[in-house]
Design a protein around this ligand. Structure first.
Ligand SMILES: *[C@@H]1O[C@H](CO)[C@@H](O)[C@H](O)[C@H]1NC(C)=O
Ligand SMILES: *[C@@H]1O[C@H](CO)[C@@H](O)[C@H](O)[C@H]1NC(C)=O
Ligand SMILES: *[C@@H]1O[C@H](CO)[C@@H](O)[C@H](O)[C@H]1NC(C)=O
Ligand SMILES: *[C@@H]1O[C@H](CO)[C@@H](O)[C@H](O)[C@H]1NC(C)=O
Length: 497
């Protein structure tokens, strides 16, 4: 205390030695400093109201494991080490439309797109034409089927409009945190036919994996895996937003598992963006709209394109996700050897029986035929299998016998030189699986044999009404044909009878 008094006394003595004008000058200086401090605080406060930009850290794999807590991970309060404040500088945009197949098969790669629960997907400070129907790539941003063409209407907000909305959120008592993710790409895709396993797989899931491989890796598909391991997917974060014709969240689940888990996305947003806290805005440095390769498989051109054969790398990726490493290695050795014998004690002939519609009416006869040919088979109901279990099951399957339906989507896991026998219901035909197999033939050589039900004799009495949905009729398979196609393709022995 006495030392403070002493210092004040010395200050008083020093001031009394100054002239009046110098004393006034000093007082003015103090006033200017105080004013600057107050104004500075106001400016800082104003900036805070515009939203704090928070850059996320480079993520470690552990951060991504099954995490749906992105926003809290990046909360400055819980991750002070992760936070880097930067001046608010609204991003500029550039975008390009690419793709050899025209409007239905293009990708839009753009920068700085933000998500907000109530503002949707939007781009700051850009002309709104970017999200015009004519500009957006059709495939996987809007459905390829006009019936489901509820494409997502993205928006462009000017910075003033954005700030105005931020103020609205604040007035309603929500925190308006703005997060700009570093080293993160958002993939924006529409899960075409989310409720249809095989369409979802072929039109969305596989292209998504393939496109990521292209985006992150070299053009040679054989190199994708190495690339994914070496840099892309373990440390660089990819998020996925599913737009458009998503019927409901749980439709993406197959059995008891979500095939999207296999892709190691950091975060998967569903259409409703309902995981985002109100007021929170997340911005991505890079966004890729569309998947760029559904056409060769879809009802678009039906022209198989050899450039689209791929899916070797995706098949492996799914297997690696759902099967033990030793099992994947064993399956791959077995495939490479082109062995005709089953890999292990599990039957390599699978007959799929559906529990609801499209049952195989003469299952007993089918089983007898397989027994007569000395084939070890298994009848399965896929309702009893998770998606991952199906990947494993069909990785061991050389012969798949099923009525036309999503079970055949499992052809993706089957080894080369296999056989698929597809039963067509009365008055129904569909080349969907045939087209896929045509595209894959050079690489996979899977024989596709259709046994069509040609008259009422192979249907159920109660389903003969011409107005009955043909596709959903139960069907009896002509076992004579089944027997000869099996033998022709080297499965089973006549002598076994
Ligand atoms: C990650 O972000 C940093 C800083 O923004 C940048 O220097 C680096 O190139 C990025 N890495 C990748 C793989 O994009
Ligand atoms: C789209 O697919 C084609 C055909 O595979 C490919 O040549 C092109 O590079 C792809 N576009 C992008 C942007 O990846
Ligand atoms: C599938 O599971 C149900 C219920 O557990 C069982 O009754 C049925 O036999 C199973 N189906 C097959 C083909 O194993
Ligand atoms: C394709 O598969 C069939 C039947 O499994 C076999 O006979 C044929 O040799 C295979 N072709 C090639 C090129 O591997």
């Amino acid at each position: 205390m006495s030392s403070i008094l002493h210092a004040l006394r010395r200050l008083g003595t020093a001031l009394s030695k100054l002239s009046l004008s110098r004393r006034l000058y000093l007082v003015l200086l103090v006033l200017v400093i105080v004013t600057l401090i107050l104004v500075g605080r106001l400016i800082l406060h104003g900036l805070a109201n515009l939203g704090t930009l928070v850059f996320g850290p480079r993520l470690e794999p552990a951060d991504m494991a099954g995490s749906h807590s992105l926003f809290y991970e990046f909360d400055p309060a819980t991750r002070p080490d992760a936070v880097e404040m930067i001046p608010l500088n609204l991003p500029q945009t550039k975008f390009e439309l690419t793709g050899p197949y025209g409007a239905r098969d293009t990708m839009l790669i753009t920068n700085h797109v933000c998500l907000n629960r109530h503002m949707g997907l939007f781009q700051l400070k850009h002309n709104s034409e970017m999200f015009d129907r004519a500009t957006l790539p059709a495939v996987n941003v809007r459905a390829s089927d006009a019936e489901f063409d509820w494409y997502y209407q993205g928006k462009a907000y000017t910075s003033e409009e954005f700030i105005e909305r931020q103020h609205d959120f604040e007035r309603d008592g929500y925190s308006t945190k703005m997060i700009v993710l570093r080293n993160t790409t958002l993939f924006a895709a529409s899960p075409i036919y989310a409720g249809h396993f095989s369409h979802f797989l072929v039109n969305t899931a596989l292209p998504l994996v393939e496109q990521q491989a292209r985006q992150y890796g070299p053009s040679d598909p054989a190199e994708h895996r190495k690339y994914a391991e070496s840099l892309g997917w373990l440390s660089e974060r990819r998020d996925l937003i599913l737009l458009g014709d998503l019927w409901s969240d749980d439709k993406l689940y197959v059995g008891r598992s979500d095939p999207l888990q296999a892709f190691k996305f950091g975060h998967i947003y569903r259409y409703a963006l309902k995981d985002l806290p109100i007021g929170c805005t997340v911005c991505y440095p890079r966004v890729i709209f569309g998947l760029n390769n559904t056409c060769p498989y879809d009802g678009c051109t039906h022209v198989p394109d050899p450039a689209m054969i791929p899916y070797t790398s995706t098949r492996r990726m799914f297997r690696q996700h759902y099967m033990a490493a030793e099992e994947v290695a064993a399956v791959e050795r077995w495939e490479a050897a082109g062995a005709r014998e089953p890999l292990d004690s599990r039957p390599s002939v699978i007959v799929v029986q559906r529990r609801g519609t499209r049952a195989l009416l003469n299952l007993g006869e089918i089983e007898t035929t397989l027994q007569q040919l000395g084939l070890d088979y298994q009848v399965v109901e896929l309702e009893n299998y998770t998606f991952g279990e199906q990947v494993a099951l069909f990785s061991h399957t050389r012969v798949l016998i099923a009525a036309h339906g999503n079970a055949l989507g499992n052809l993706h896991w089957m080894p080369p030189n296999s056989l698929i026998v597809e039963a067509w219901q009365y008055d129904w035909e569909s080349y969907w699986f045939g087209h896929i197999l045509d595209v894959m033939r050079p690489e996979r050589n899977i024989t596709h044999h259709v046994i069509a039900c040609k008259d009422f004799s192979c249907t159920r009495e109660s389903e003969r009404d011409p107005n009955y949905n043909s596709k959903d009729r139960a069907v009896a398979i002509d076992v004579k044909q089944l027997r000869s196609v099996l033998l022709e393709n080297g499965f089973g022995h006549k002598g076994s009878e």
